[in-house]
Design a protein around this ligand. Structure first.
Ligand code: ATP
Length: 593
């Protein structure tokens, strides 16, 4: 009703009209047959045309009947037009709402927590069935609008006829709904299997896996796993469907009996001259309409129920609330050049476990980062460096302890405002399938058309020559997915992600770089760090890196082990300490010898 109120109104009115036409036709037919029987029993017909034109009731009945038949076709065409528009509008409206919700969902847990992922998975399936929802809605309305006048007409034969028709049809309808609910429940519980199947589908057909899948010859293994999951899912559903069809079949026999009884009654009525031949024709027509409407009601209504169950996760998703704690205050100070980090950042007694996990990734972290300080986080794989960086961007809230930003808890800020003040290069940076300009401009949208700012960011990341060689320069489409799109090397993509962060840098107060140079050659890497060092002046910079030669540039190095800070100091201080950092540094240095 929100998506296409006009179309829904028109479709309902037209369907009502189309539904009523058959019953009116059946009624007129009865009048015509009764009139003709009466005429034939009282006089002989010499000129049929004169006879019809002199019997006004017969003439009008035939004329209206022909007119209605004429309309019936055009009503169908107009309904199809409005129906198609209704279905498209509903689909577009809901898809936009869902995309908006997912894209603006501040909490990254939506992509990591199994229960939320299940809702997303079911929503995707539900969205695909929205067109069907419109179709089934119209079909059910049609069934209803045919059923009501047909049943009322049947009451003109005997008061109990509609009761028999209705009560014999109800059980089949009820059983159908029951089984649809059961299969929906099964689908709900099978959402994790469906998600796993999707993952295998992604591995089998996704570009990111295409090379290794072939080189390691993993096709059969993964196909077998997909097949196994499919079988599990299919068997569960098939069992429910089979039981459902058996029961519905049995109850449909009852509804057939309900139609046959009144028929026999009217045949006897005609023979006993209690009913006319017109009544028999009326009932035959009514039965046809009742059968047709029951088919629409049972199948259309059942499917409508089914689709509406399948689309409920859409509403669940739209009502989801982020699990990040709500902010307590709004941060309204203007962003550019505000010396907001003049008091630095304090991480106090911070511990963290990922949602839905018991394992503590970070434990009792205490760290004060002074204004203008450049910190490098080092440590072995999996010690929690990226996790700490993510907590600083408030992708998650700490499980215990606080992060204090300029004397205020991070949770006091609006998330949008906070993120505007942070420039980030992520370990798994995005490769947007858009133009070069947009890949950089996305870093700071107000500058997306600022040619000078974008070309400067390109120059600083050493990409000028690469971009100049592209046929359409800044407007070149990137990514193989697009027609005419150009792909870049891993290092070139990474440089673009750095250029994106650089564009934002002058408006940011905190710079977070998580392995920002992993794909770069050593020369470019050194140049980039120098650029960051210069540009990060006046800001706080937190860098995660395994390249310890670069750690030497930091004001302070923080060494993490098993989620805890074990050493902290300048390069020289930590080397003198001869602890973990010393060990890591000498190992790395010896590998270059
Ligand atoms: N989204 C997540 N959900 C659950 N556990 C996670 C998630 N992301 C990371 N982890 C776990 O948290 C631990 C720390 O991961 P993190 O990425 O912070 O390590 P890291 O020190 O940055 O490692 P690396 O040097 O390999 O990048 C790992 O054991 C990882 O399994």
């Amino acid at each position: 009703m929100q998506a296409a109120p006009r179309e829904l109104r028109y479709v309902t009115i037209l369907t009502l009209f189309a539904g009523a036409i058959p019953s009116i036709v059946v009624w007129l037919n009865k009048l015509i047959i009764d009139d003709i029987t009466k005429i034939l029993s009282t006089q002989t017909v010499e000129n049929p045309v004169d006879l019809v034109t002199s019997h006004y009731s017969l003439l009008y009945s035939i004329a209206i009947l022909l007119l209605l038949n004429l309309f019936a076709d055009s009503v169908g065409t107009i309904t199809s037009f409005f129906f198609a528009t209704l279905a498209d509008r509903v689909q577009g409206f809901v898809e936009l709402k869902v995309l908006d919700k997912i894209a603006n969902f501040q909490d990254i847990a939506l992509f990591e927590s199994p229960d939320l992922l299940n809702i997303v998975q079911l929503t995707e399936k539900g969205v695909l069935r929205l067109k069907e929802l419109s179709f089934r809605l119209v079909q059910t309305l049609q069934g209803f609008f045919i059923f009501v006048p047909a049943v009322l007409l049947s009451a003109s034969l005997a008061w109990w006829v509609p009761f028999i028709l209705f009560s014999c049809a109800t059980p089949a309808l009820y059983v159908d709904m029951k089984y649809r609910k059961l299969s929906w429940r099964a689908e709900e519980t099978q959402a994790p299997i469906a998600r796993e199947m999707n993952l295998y589908k992604m591995m089998l057909s996704g570009e990111a896996y295409a090379k290794e899948l072939r080189l390691f010859h993993l096709q059969s293994l993964l196909l077998e796993r997909w097949k196994g999951l499919f079988q599990t899912m299919f068997k569960g559903m098939e069992k429910i469907r089979r039981r459902g069809s058996q029961e519905i079949f049995a109850w449909s026999l009852l509804s057939g009996l309900g139609i046959a009884l009144p028929y026999v009654y009217i045949v006897f009525g005609v023979l006993a001259k209690k009913n006319t031949l017109g009544d028999l024709a009326l009932y035959s027509g009514v039965i046809l309409q009742v059968q047709r409407s029951l088919m629409f009601l049972i199948f259309g209504g059942g499917e409508l129920y089914d689709v509406s169950l399948a689309t409920t996760p859409i509403f669940q998703l739209l009502e989801l609330k982020p699990r990040l704690s709500p902010q307590t205050k709004n941060f309204l100070t203007p962003i550019p050049h505000s010396p907001l980090l003049s008091e630095g950042i304090q991480i106090q007694n911070l511990s963290f476990s990922y949602p839905n996990s018991e394992r503590q990734i970070l434990r009792d972290i205490n760290l004060t980062i002074k204004p203008n300080e450049m910190i490098v986080l080092v440590g072995e794989n999996g010690t929690g460096k990226t996790t700490l960086a993510k907590l600083l961007c408030r992708l998650y809230d700490p499980s215990a302890g606080n992060i204090i930003w300029n004397n205020q808890d991070l949770r006091d800020f609006s998330i949008e405002e906070l993120r505007k003040r942070i420039a980030v290069v992520m370990q798994d940076y995005a490769r947007f399938p858009t133009t070069v300009r947009e890949n950089i401009g996305f870093g700071y949208l107000p500058d997306i058309q600022n040619h000078a700012a974008i070309t400067e960011a390109i120059a600083e990341t050493g990409m000028t020559k690469v971009i100049d060689k592209l046929e359409n320069g800044l407007e070149t489409l990137l990514g193989k997915q697009l027609e005419g799109g150009v792909d870049l090397s891993g290092g070139q993509w990474q440089r673009l992600s750095i250029a994106r962060a650089l564009l934002r840098l002058s408006h940011a107060e905190l710079v977070i770089l998580d392995e920002p140079t992993a794909n770069l050659d050593p020369k470019t890497e050194n140049e980039i760090y120098e650029i960051f060092r210069t540009l990060a002046k006046g800001r706080i910079a937190v860098i995660v890196s395994h390249r310890l030669a670069l750690a030497k540039l930091a004001d302070r190095i923080v060494v993490l082990e098993h989620g805890q800070i074990i050493e902290m100091g300048t390069h020289d201080e930590l080397m003198r300490l001869e602890g973990q950092y010393h060990l890591m540094f000498t190992r790395q240095a010896s590998s270059y010898k």
